[in-house]
Ligand binder design. Structure first.
Ligand SMILES: [Zn+2]
Ligand SMILES: [Zn+2]
Length: 168
């Protein structure tokens, strides 16, 4: 299906990466990732699962910051806002109905940088923050969203280096 950009309402262009359709906005560079397709990717690629397990200690979710101003292109309901990787300045917008996600185009390079940093061993201070975040996170929602985030990045990796340059 063709998505309408949550940010600027332009019609998104369909891109396919690892068999997953991604909506890319030609106007503002925003990206929509469909929740169902992310789940399919997760279950079809054993390497993805392995990467999740090896990265699990650095991927901590938290409760939503609150409702976003953006709408899900499928459900037309308000998305929830989350910090990407629990303490980054990047905000992702996620649909509570379908698990789809919207990311602003200008946040993508920053997000990739945070992701790469997260793969390095955490410092003592970071470990403490992670433990604190784990304590307050709702476990089930945390696991689910974590999978979405990781699935998304395994998708994005196909475009590196500088994959976002293809779209903007
Ligand atoms: Zn847009
Ligand atoms: Zn939705």
């Amino acid at each position: 299906m063709t998505y309408t950009c949550s940010n600027c309402s332009a019609s998104m262009i369909q891109e396919t990466a690892h068999g997953v359709e991604i909506g890319v906005c030609p106007n503002c560079g925003g990206v929509w990732l469909d929740g169902e397709e992310l789940r399919t990717l997760m279950t079809s690629d054993p390497n993805v699962i392995q990467e999740i397990e090896s990265s699990i200690h650095t991927q901590v979710d938290q409760k939503p910051l609150g409702p976003s101003k953006l709408l899900c292109p499928i459900h037309k309901t308000l998305l929830d806002e989350y910090h990407y990787l629990y303490n980054s300045p990047v905000i992702v917008h996620s649909c509570p109905e379908c698990g789809g996600m919207f990311i602003h185009g200008e946040d993508l390079p920053l997000m990739q940088q945070w992701y790469e940093n997260s793969l390095k061993p955490p410092t003592k201070e970071e470990e403490f923050k992670i433990e604190m975040a784990k304590d307050i996170a709702d476990h089930e929602a945390y696991m689910l969203r974590q999978q979405h985030l990781l699935g998304m990045f395994n998708t994005f990796r196909g475009f590196r280096p500088g994959w976002y340059g293809l779209w903007l």
